[in-house]
Ligand binder design. Structure first.
Ligand SMILES: [Zn+2]
Length: 237
């Protein structure tokens, strides 16, 4: 159950704020927030846990304070997240931890995917830009992020939110959806949602669930044990 799990939210920005709201709505009671950044005026419209009085304060601390005021046991870790540090961080988490990757750094998403696959932790990750979002839940034995996207694209091909723009409600919907996936997995629905890429085409209102079958030569294949291998049907709906 989500109430018993250690939820670890990486990044407390545009995705992280609605994800934290969603975790609280789902009944999460233990949440750790990891972020080194400070609240800025320019982001307040979509980072809904902060207001003008918080400008300059560490996001992780402000978000944890908000959660505590609402009955959640919240811990702030003011740390800069870098791909090289993810393996040891993920390895140190509880076996039942659920990691929500909510940063805007593609390299970090792949590093978190690899570490969670290696250490058999549950991971939910996603991204949003413009009017589009995507999200995936990865559990031991399911398809992983690399099964869908083999590697991060070259940095110059990844537009930032500043360059491409993002609607506040698009990133909010995606962040809330990440919390929903975490809750679905924790409440026993992993077989229905894990390993599938959910594409949120928010301009047209269409949500598609893609794939679901682990890629045979993906690096996650060696981390699968026979007891977790199950037939999956690739679907598009
Ligand atoms: Zn994989």
């Amino acid at each position: 159950m989500i109430a018993d799990a250690q939820c670890v939210v990486l990044g407390a920005g545009g995705l992280g704020c609605p994800a934290l709201l969603g975790l609280r709505m789902a009944g999460a009671r233990r949440i750790t927030i990891v972020d080194h950044d400070r609240v800025e005026v320019s982001n307040l419209h979509r980072q809904v846990l902060y207001d003008t009085g918080d400008v300059g304060a560490p996001k992780a601390e402000v978000a944890a304070r908000w959660l505590r005021r609402h009955g959640v046991e919240a811990t702030a870790r003011i740390e800069r997240l870098v791909p090289e540090g993810t393996d040891s961080m993920i390895a140190a988490l509880d076996d039942d931890a659920i990691v929500l990757e909510c940063t805007d750094a593609p390299a970090l998403k792949f590093a978190c995917n690899d570490a969670c696959v290696r250490h058999r932790r549950t991971l939910v990750l996603g991204a949003a830009i413009g009017l589009r979002g995507h999200a995936i839940a990865v559990v031991p034995g399911s398809a992983c992020y690399r099964c869908v996207f083999e590697a991060p694209p070259p940095g110059e091909l990844v537009p930032s939110c500043v360059e491409a723009g993002v609607l506040g409600t698009a990133v909010g919907t995606t962040g809330m959806f990440l919390a929903h996936l975490a809750a679905a997995v924790a409440e026993g629905h992993a077989d229905a949602v894990a390993g599938r890429l959910f594409e949120l085409a928010l301009g047209s209102g269409i949500v598609r669930a893609l794939g679901g079958r682990p890629r045979p030569h993906c690096s996650c294949a060696t981390a699968r044990s026979p007891s977790h291998r199950r037939p999956r049907i690739a679907t598009v709906c």
